[in-house]
Design a protein around this ligand. Structure first.
Ligand code: AHR
Length: 637
């Protein structure tokens, strides 16, 4: 039987209990959440990002009506600006006829641009022309065979100064393999940069915005926090200067690179083997967090690498600069418009502060002594200037062992408020370790578990994770944040599996783990109510059921969460003690099915089912099916 003591001592659950960890991995940003359709829009792709890249990656010279010309990507004094160094120069040998033009076609990401009939698209380009009368441009979105899917936009480039030109069209047919053709008429020299195509409809209508289906799926997780932008993405690479031209292209992620007008942001190699445009940058992440009601949790590099590059950079000046950058980040988020970085935020369209309260220094560093030497300096500087900010430390990449123990020891010595733990393990491990946090020191640093997943994308994985999450919630006094990782993956380029939300160029679908995460986050409750299972005999390390009970203070409901990971149904007697009254009907939401089931693009067998349980009372029996995750909302008026 399951004893629920409604008058027992409760533990309050933080709003941050279940959140999301977003990293630009698996093409999560460019070609993913960031709605830009043009790949390599600023011709900055480079073999330093990926050996297969050239500055013309995704671009093809194109001509019509017998026109000829040459294309060349240059980095010279004619560039758009010091950060956006390369541009495309077209030398035109055309005769000026309307049907004769020379230029380039962009192939978009992966199999091509997905364009939808009836939807509007906004085109923009920075360009200049050396022709006294200017140069006409014809810009056309096409399907895979080169046929137009919308009207051709005609723009006139005037003058030899970089200027932004814009146009709009509505697609009149669908394509999944589209491209964008940008052709110039006449003769002479035309320079182009920042060639961009956005759907008009982005998430919440934000300019420079996010793909609606993906952002909505993340919003549906009702995340308590949004950790960004990584992961290994953050703490690897050189930690040198931001400044072109002497930067090393493979440098660590530095937030200042990612804010301001998009055409003034540099691009960078991404740890995961591709280029990152930084079109989706810190301002956009803060806005996204705000738009989905999640607490922003940025991560900054700690100058100790980890992620397979175990080395630390102890240059005091460099360290000081990164600490100052972190202080500036807090000012960017929270400072008034009269401060330097608050003014930059306001200039981007957000004079109100973003209410940053938590910030993580570093990610998975494997060198605790080096990391905590730096952490202390970051934390002390932040505490002195911004005493209200919680600075999250971390325990390295492993969930146990000497490095992990040493990291925790140092975290305690330094009175760190919170330590970030990460682990990826097999489903059995999760089933066997649901009591991990029962024995954690209640007076020490709190835990943020911002990366966990069981290895696999089958329903058995969701079951194991759900079982584990009952343990996380039971320990809500210690575990203050938790999130599955990674969040997003393009089906054509996963660098890491499993992942929670999968997508192609225009569709997306949640894994079985996504469905489980969503139910937990949407049924979290405000406090943990003591509950106890009479039988806990394990079979192959698996308990009869895993449970946690919480209370929703707003509705007064008890939320009974039960995970049955076994092959047999579990008949459970529920004893609700201390409640004068119990409503006879309870809402039940269940995920259940074949443990081998996988949610794919074409078929999502694991979806929530809703029903009403009748006959609920202070003592009643309920059968939890084999391989099921159940959320029962019992009213105790
Ligand atoms: O989530 C994928 C990677 O796993 C993250 O980048 C890193 O922090 C962890 O090792």
């Amino acid at each position: 039987s399951l004893r629920i003591n409604t008058s027992g001592e409760t533990t309050s659950i933080p709003e941050t209990m279940h959140g999301v960890f977003y990293e630009d991995i698996n093409d999560a940003a460019d070609g993913g959440l960031y709605a830009e359709k043009v790949r390599n829009r600023s011709f900055e792709y480079d073999e330093v990002d990926n050996p297969s890249y050239t500055p013309m990656t995704a671009w093809e010279p194109t001509s019509t009506g017998g026109a000829s010309g040459t294309t060349e990507v240059l980095d010279d004094s004619e560039r758009l600006n010091e950060n956006n160094r390369r541009y495309l120069r077209l030398e035109l040998n055309g005769d000026g006829r309307r049907d004769s033009a020379y230029g380039v076609t962009n192939a978009g990401y992966h199999s091509g641009m997905a364009l939808k009939r009836g939807e509007k698209y906004d085109f923009s380009i920075w360009a200049r022309s050396d022709q006294p009368g200017g140069t006409p441009l014809s810009v056309t979105a096409t399907d895979g065979s080169g046929s137009p899917v919308g009207r051709t936009m005609r723009l006139q480039v005037r003058g030899d100064e970089w200027t932004e030109y814009t146009g709009t069209f509505a697609a009149h047919s669908d394509t999944d393999t589209g491209g964008l053709r940008v052709l110039a008429h006449g003769s002479g020299t035309v320079r182009m940069d920042m060639v961009s195509l956005f759907p008009r409809e982005t998430f919440k209508g934000e300019p420079n915005g996010l793909r609606k289906d993906l952002a909505s799926k993340i919003e549906a997780l009702d995340p308590g926090f949004l950790r960004f932008p990584g992961g290994c993405l953050v703490n690897t690479g050189s930690h040198e200067s931001y400044q072109a031209p002497d930067w090393e292209r493979r440098r660590s992620y530095q937030w200042k690179d990612t804010v301001g007008p998009v055409e003034q942001r540099p691009t960078n190699a991404n740890f995961w083997g591709y280029n990152q445009s930084y079109g989706l940058g810190f301002y956009e992440y803060f806005r996204f967090a705000e738009n989905i009601g999640a607490m922003p949790l940025p991560v900054v590099p700690a100058l100790v690498t980890g992620c397979g590059e175990d080395k630390a950079t102890h240059d005091p000046q460099l360290l000081q600069r990164h600490i100052q950058d972190t202080l500036d980040l807090i000012q960017f988020a929270n400072g008034s418009v009269d401060t330097e970085w608050g003014a930059k935020r306001a200039a981007m369209g957000h004079p109100e502060p973003f209410s940053l309260t938590h910030l993580a220094v570093g990610n998975e560093e494997n060198l605790p002594e080096d990391f905590y030497e730096h952490f202390e300096k970051f934390r002390d500087a932040i505490e002195q200037r911004y005493p209200g900010i919680t600075v999250v430390a971390n325990s390295g990449p492993d969930d146990s062992g000497a490095t992990f123990d040493r990291a925790w020891e140092l975290a305690r010595e330094q009175n760190a408020e919170m330590v970030d733990e990460h682990y990826y393990n097999n489903p059995q491990w999760f089933l066997e370790n649901t009591e991990r946090y029962d024995s954690y020191d209640r007076s020490g640093p709190k835990v943020s578990l911002t990366e966990f997943a069981s290895e696999g994308n089958r329903f058995e994985n969701a079951l194991a994770e759900a079982a584990y999450m009952t343990g996380l919630e039971r320990n809500a006094d210690v575990v203050r944040m938790s999130s599955y990782a990674p969040l997003l993956a393009h089906e054509d380029s996963p660098q890491w599996t499993p992942d929670m939300i999968w997508f192609d160029n225009d569709e997306s679908w949640g894994s079985t783990s996504y469905e489980a995460q969503k139910l937990f986050a949407n049924n979290v409750g405000d406090e943990v109510v003591p509950s106890e299972l009479a039988r806990s005999d394990e079979k192959n390390g698996v308990k009869p059921v895993y449970q946690v009970v919480t209370r929703d203070d707003r509705t007064g409901e008890l939320i009974v969460k039960v995970v049955n990971a076994r092959d047999d149904a579990a008949r459970v007697r529920l004893n609700i003690e201390g409640a004068d009254e119990v409503a006879p009907a309870a809402e039940l939401t269940t995920l259940h099915g074949d443990p081998d089931a996988v949610n794919t693009k074409g078929s999502q067998p694991i979806r929530p089912e809703h029903s009403t349980v009748q006959g609920v009372s202070q003592q009643f029996e309920h059968t939890f099916p084999a391989h099921s995750i159940s959320f029962m909302r019992i009213k105790t008026p």
